[in-house]
Design a protein around this ligand. Structure first.
Ligand SMILES: NC(=O)c1ccc[n+]([C@@H]2O[C@H](COP(=O)([O-])OP(=O)(O)OC[C@H]3O[C@@H](n4cnc5c(N)ncnc54)[C@H](O)[C@@H]3O)[C@@H](O)[C@H]2O)c1
Length: 352
């Protein structure tokens, strides 16, 4: 994307829009992550959460109370324990889906069947088969989608994107070092069959940022080990080498056994081009050249606000990662998982 286009787009996001009726949203999945979406949507005049659903009805009720708010100023959404009941409503404009990785598939197909735009959390599925099935249904029905790679919309990523426009990247080194392996206890993210492990559940953000800033990944080779957290069935350290289609090389290291205390230091990407080093973190981007370091500036925006605006205006170009795009990010994680299961075999990502 041209640097100017990035600037224009971010300005557009941040401009106040003429309001008609708010977009009426149903939320499916009311766990920890959904609360962030709820808080963002609550603050938008252009959106209204009219229905919430979780298989655990108490969580849906808690979410409904969150929508009402401590001041009691929000309208209480209707509560459901069955997503199909929620989808029977005829007043929905869009659906937000925030369920565990292994719960994707039927849910999206039901939403697509209703022809509703939807935002779905990353990674989009546990397997490529499910992801491709949903992708085909999205294409057939033509529904607007947005996947929760929200870091793309933030100022650090926008500044890095503008800086790298037209540049020839040589080398990228990403890391996702978090203490989530201890924090999640025995929850689904720590179960390989349910989450796909750290490369799929968490480091998908870093792989996605590599794709967004550098381009498609051609091959991966991954090694993994269990060094500290022997009680879980996922590796707690991984090293992946990547070859990008543009010819750049990359590395990615992950651990689930180290808590960086400052969350913004967990997910980091170093990119070398020309004689410069661009460092991206979730909260900022900096550039080092000739021993000088400068902060890169750009406007950013929240993913919920952007998708509401995209639905309201019908402008799909506002969405920076739609379903089909996110499937290509998923392929990298699953290819890396297959590689470490096969002792580091080089895997062609395009075959996924
Ligand atoms: N974009 C981000 O930065 C970010 C951050 C954290 C989590 N996530 C993603 O968000 C998703 C949810 O994560 P979480 O931490 O909230 O998980 P969670 O386990 O806390 O909550 C998920 C909820 O979904 C409910 N659920 C499952 N299947 C359902 C169905 N068919 N209908 C209705 N409810 C259903 C569960 O009962 C559960 O309460 C995951 O994909 C995760 O990777 C994204």
């Amino acid at each position: 994307m041209e640097a100017d286009a990035v600037r224009d787009r971010t300005l557009f996001w941040c401009s106040a829009s003429d309001m008609a009726d708010p977009i009426r949203i149903g939320m499916i999945g009311c766990g920890g992550n959904a609360r962030g979406h709820m808080n963002a949507l609550r603050g938008l005049e252009a959106a209204r959460i009219v229905a919430v659903c979780d298989l655990k009805e108490d969580l849906a009720n808690q979410m409904a109370e969150g929508v009402v708010g401590e001041e009691g100023d929000g309208l209480r959404p209707d509560v459901y324990a069955d997503p199909r009941r929620l989808l029977e409503r005829d007043d929905l404009d869009a659906v937000w889906i925030s369920v565990p990785v292994f719960c994707h598939g039927e849910l999206e197909l039901d939403v697509i069947d209703r022809g509703l735009p939807f935002l779905v959390e990353k990674p989009v599925a546990r397997t490529m088969e499910i992801a491709r099935q949903v992708e085909s249904a999205v294409e057939a029905k033509g529904v607007m989608t947005c996947v929760g790679y929200q870091l793309r919309y933030m100022s650090g990523a926008q500044a890095a994107k503008a800086e790298l426009d037209g540049k020839r990247v040589n080398l990228a080194a990403g890391q996702y070092w978090s203490g989530s392996g201890r924090g999640y206890k025995n929850a689904w993210p720590l179960q390989m069959d349910k989450s796909g492990g750290q490369l799929c559940e968490q480091a998908t953000h870093t792989f996605d940022m590599m794709r967004y800033l550098i381009g498609e990944v051609a091959t991966v080779s991954c090694r993994a080990a269990s060094r500290v957290l022997h009680e879980i069935d996922c590796p707690d350290v991984t090293v992946t080498t990547l070859e990008f289609e543009c010819g750049a090389l990359g590395s990615m290291t992950t651990t689930w056994a180290f808590d960086p205390a400052d969350w913004s230091e967990a997910n980091v990407l170093h990119i070398l081009y020309d004689d410069k080093l661009l460092q991206w973190r979730t909260d900022k981007a900096t550039l080092r050249a000739c021993c000088e370091t400068k902060a890169l500036e750009a406007a950013g925006c929240g993913i919920d606000e952007v998708f509401v605006e995209a639905i309201r205006t019908g402008d799909r170009s506002l969405v920076l990662s739609d379903y089909g795009d996110a499937v290509r990010t998923l392929a990298i994680s699953l290819a890396a998982n297959d590689s470490f299961a096969d002792e580091g075999r080089v895997v062609d990502v395009s075959c996924y």
